[in-house]
Design a protein around this ligand. Structure first.
Ligand code: CA
Length: 230
């Protein structure tokens, strides 16, 4: 769970810094944004594992941002926890309807926030608590960046690792080259689509001694998917 990237969008600097500091100490990597445009800059650079989103932001409400993020294919799967000063049931419902995964009422303790974050991250990912993702005999450790196939270590480059991590945490879904570039390389990267093909080939090659290369499937006219079915 540690090492996860959290984006906090909060205009009140003392709260933002307090949250950033305590999550940093708990082992999370924290990016801070003071408003919505800063939030979009951060999102274009790197997709976080979770977004902490303040309800009241200058210019637009956090609620509007939550709706936008859930409509955008790139950010749709990123879980959101809303930070709110109000605790009314109606706000909670509105926030959850906008696509937030949970919400926490200010003032909150760092411990309470961490517990919520861990719970949401666990629900939204296929990882277990130790950061392991497993599909059949293929195992990927998101914390130590190790891959093994039937207990035998598999060597691969950093890009192949990120590609495999993305596929294993989003199995049985087809992604186009463009979507893979967005999700694995970042929306701001200036990489050609055929680069994806190159890394897919390398990933298959790394997996081929174990026979798991057949899980990285080409879907004609659509893109690639990871599937344990033939
Ligand atoms: Ca605020």
């Amino acid at each position: 769970m540690s090492g996860k990237n959290i984006l906090i969008v909060e205009d009140e600097k003392p709260i933002r810094e307090m949250v950033g500091f305590s999550l940093g100490r708990a082992g999370f990597t924290v990016t801070e944004a003071g408003d919505i445009s800063e939030a979009f800059e951060c999102l274009a650079h790197q997709l976080p594992d979770l977004i902490l989103l303040d309800w009241m932001l200058p210019g637009a409400s956090g609620l509007e941002l939550a709706r936008r993020l859930k409509r955008d294919e790139l950010t749709r799967d990123v879980p959101i926890i809303m930070l709110t000063a109000r605790g009314e049931e109606e706000d909670k419902v509105t926030g959850l309807e906008a696509g937030a995964d949970d919400y926490i009422t200010k003032p909150f303790s760092p411990r309470e926030l961490q517990a919520r974050i861990r719970a949401v991250l666990r629900r939204s990912s296929s990882e277990d608590e130790s950061g392991l993702v497993r599909i059949e005999g293929l195992e990927l450790d998101t914390e130590s960046h190790r891959v093994s196939a039937n207990q035998t270590p598999v060597e691969m480059g950093p890009t192949e690792f990120r590609l495999l991590e993305f596929f294993m945490t989003h199995p049985e879904r087809v992604y186009s080259r463009e979507q893979l570039l967005d999700r694995v390389w970042g929306r701001n990267s200036f990489v050609e689509e055929r680069t994806v093909d190159v890394h897919i080939l390398r990933l298959r090659k790394a997996l081929s001694p174990s026979g798991y290369e057949s899980m990285i499937q080409t879907v004609r006219g659509a893109g690639y998917r990871l599937s344990s079915r033939v």
